[in-house]
Design a protein around this ligand. Structure first.
Ligand SMILES: N[C@@H](CCC(=O)N[C@@H](CS)C(=O)NCC(=O)O)C(=O)O
Length: 214
């Protein structure tokens, strides 16, 4: 197998790339690195990504990291089953949406997960959680306003894969510490329906963070 995908369970950046890989239908070998065991800091992995972060890929010996760069590379390397629209304005809009997801959704979702999942109850800062909850609700409302059809921009593609993991992680925060994330039931109806559509994709189950299944 020529393409190796390095991921960590629960990394939304890696989840985005995994969904994109499945969409493309290219064969790849998924290698899970454990954060607890510092697998991202071994000399072998640092030779692939000197930053010691996932996701990363190794394609026929070519190493690449940073989720957005990986996806752009995959789009050019495997042009069939495109992730981006054909027209120049459509591509620009989707890239803008990816940037918005990475800059706003990611930060807010990351704060919710930090408070709910990584900190002990004594270490949590309720004010930070509540600020992040409000910001996430604002972001979800933006997503809802943008949902004109079934997916975030015309056909299923990169805009959906970029946003979904961050929204699902906000739900995960609430599953782990009720009230500190965003319960699915509290999300706007159109966003819930969009999430249902992503979760109905035939390859979706393969991409769920493995440690959620155990
Ligand atoms: N900007 C990077 C972010 C990657 C990132 O921060 N990955 C985290 C997991 S969510 C990681 O690998 N952390 C490992 C560590 O910091 O040791 C991307 O888009 O790929």
């Amino acid at each position: 197998m020529s393409l190796t995908f390095f991921f960590g369970s629960g990394s939304p950046f890696a989840w985005k790339v995994w969904l994109a890989l499945e969409h493309k239908g290219v064969p790849f070998e998924a290698k899970r690195l454990s954060f607890d065991n510092d697998d991202t800091k071994t000399p072998a992995f640092l030779a692939i990504n000197p930053r010691g972060r996932v996701p990363a890929i190794l394609d026929e010996g070519f190493p690449l990291w940073e989720s957005s760069a990986i996806i752009e590379y995959l789009e050019e390397r495997y042009p069939e089953r495109p992730l981006l629209p054909k027209d120049i304005h459509g591509r620009a809009i989707v890239r803008r949406m990816v940037n918005e997801a990475d800059n706003y959704l990611a930060t807010t979702s990351g704060e919710l997960v930090e408070q709910a999942v990584y900190l002990t109850p004594a270490e949590r800062d309720p004010e930070k959680s509540q600020t992040a909850r409000k910001q996430m609700m604002d972001e979800l409302s933006r997503l809802e306003k943008g949902l004109k059809g079934d997916f975030l921009y015309e056909a299923l593609g990169l805009a959906d894969y970029a946003a979904y993991p961050y929204v699902r992680m906000a739900q995960r925060a609430d599953e782990r510490a009720p009230g500190l994330g965003i319960a699915r039931a509290d999300m706007p109806a159109k966003v819930r329906a969009w999430m249902d559509r992503i979760e109905a994709l035939p390859y979706y189950a393969r991409t769920i963070p493995p440690h959620w299944k155990s």
